[in-house]
Design a protein around this ligand. Structure first.
Ligand SMILES: NC(=O)c1ccc[n+]([C@@H]2O[C@H](COP(=O)([O-])OP(=O)(O)OC[C@H]3O[C@@H](n4cnc5c(N)ncnc54)[C@H](O)[C@@H]3O)[C@@H](O)[C@H]2O)c1
Length: 382
């Protein structure tokens, strides 16, 4: 038996050997990135693709050699020969697709955010545990070369206690597809905070060694989007008749269970930065660091602050480009599936890979929106 043909695994039932059979849902940036990453990686083969743009579906399937094509996700998930379902669709569809896939015994790779609410995300994590299948979430930016370097650097505690962090992703005019599903509360769950803020929240919590956010005090505004300004990025989904119901800017002070704090900010559109700016600052007792990705810059993104012989010192680690971070998280997903094959029968195989980290991020996002709406500090359920 191949390492990939796990007991109870669909491939084993169907007699497949080495490769995991993957179905990808979505044809936009996310779906295309998943398709290309699974295609590039050994041990997996995309055999089915679904999406609602017929010309794009045909082009992607033809150029990547994908045999089976579907307009709706339900037809793809109904296949009985898939080991993995990869979800790159509007946020409100993550939950129904993942639940159907997990309950059918498939591993799931899901785009961020895990779901539009923490309650739905919790159901997905529970379903992954019950089915004992991997539920991995595409927090790909944490797999950037610079973030990974900084995480390794932090292992020796070079900054002492880190007492405060700032994490922001700010766009000048970058509302994804003004009028698309991204701007509807029901389909997206929120605006830039759930979309971009959840990525920098993930980076910050990862660098800080996974403290829990215990409470948040937040604000959210919507001055540009509601007035039809700040539209930028295109999306594949063709409907562009959604109202603008979400924030275009949010800011939250998060208290952490280790006594530290985190200021989180996200905008799709704001009169602040020239283009698009990702920043994570760590302030420690004896040193600090700053990640600054200016308009998708690929080098010179890290600065480390310290004192050398009593003098304030700045160093700039020379790192290669950020790497294919979406492909890295999908490679980790495949590795987690493989690792489960070694687990003794009856033991949970995928602790840490049932979507638990993403669930905490979803709960923080919920608390930010509640705090902004109620104008008070809100506790994050654990
Ligand atoms: N991790 C990242 O860096 C990153 C980047 C972009 C988007 N995303 C996430 O990826 C997801 C999709 O974003 P996008 O920008 O690709 O969106 P998009 O609008 O460009 O594409 C959405 C796709 O979903 C398909 N779809 C919608 N309903 C469907 C259905 N019933 N059956 C089958 N297919 C259906 C559409 O046809 C379209 O191809 C979102 O959750 C978003 O947050 C993540």
């Amino acid at each position: 038996m191949s390492a990939r043909t796990l007991p109870g695994h669909t491939a084993a039932e169907t007699g497949a050997t080495d490769e995991l059979r993957v179905g990808v849902i979505g044809l936009g940036f996310a779906g295309t990135t998943h398709l290309d990453a699974f295609t590039a990686l050994p041990g997996a083969r995309v055999v089915a693709l679904a999406g609602q743009e017929p010309a794009r579906l045909a082009e992607l399937a033809d150029t990547r050699g994908v045999e089976h094509r579907y307009e709706d996700w339900r037809e793809l998930v109904a296949r009985d020969d898939l080991d993995v379902i990869s979800i790159g669709v509007p946020n409100d569809l993550h939950h129904p697709i993942a639940m159907a896939a997990l309950q059918g015994g498939r591993h799931v790779f899901c785009e961020k955010p895990l779901a539009v609410t923490g309650a739905l995300a919790e159901e997905m994590v529970q379903a992954a545990r019950e089915a004992d299948r991997v539920l991995e979430v595409a927090y790909n930016h944490r797999r950037r070369t610079d973030v990974q370097w900084l995480r390794r650097h932090l292992d020796s505690r070079p900054f002492g206690d880190i007492y405060h962090a700032r994490a922001s992703w700010l766009r000048r005019t970058g509302i994804p597809g003004l009028g698309s599903w991204f701007t509807s509360k029901a389909t997206a769950g929120g605006g830039p905070l759930i979309d971009l803020g959840s990525h920098v929240l993930d980076i910050a919590l990862f660098l800080l060694d996974e403290p829990k956010v215990t409470s948040v005090s937040a604000v959210a505004y919507n001055h540009l989007g509601a007035a039809g300004r700040g539209g930028g990025n295109k999306v594949a989904s063709q409907r562009l008749d959604f109202d603008f119901e979400v924030e275009d800017f949010a800011s939250a002070l998060c208290r952490l269970d280790n006594g530290a704090s985190l200021q989180l900010e996200a905008s799709w559109a704001s009169y602040s930065k020239a283009h698009e700016d990702i920043e994570v600052d760590l302030l420690g007792a004896v040193g600090g660091a700053r990640l600054h990705v200016d308009n998708y810059s690929t080098t010179d993104t890290l600065t480390v602050y310290s004192d050398v012989a009593g003098a304030p010192t700045i160093s700039k680690p020379q790192l290669r480009d950020p790497g294919k971070h979406h492909q890295s998280v999908i490679a980790e997903f495949l590795t987690a599936i493989d690792a489960g094959a070694e687990t003794p029968e009856g033991q949970p195989r995928y602790v840490g890979h049932y979507g638990e980290f993403a669930l905490h991020r979803s709960r923080v996002v919920d608390a930010v929106y509640q705090s902004a709406a109620e104008r008070r500090e809100v506790e994050v359920p654990q």
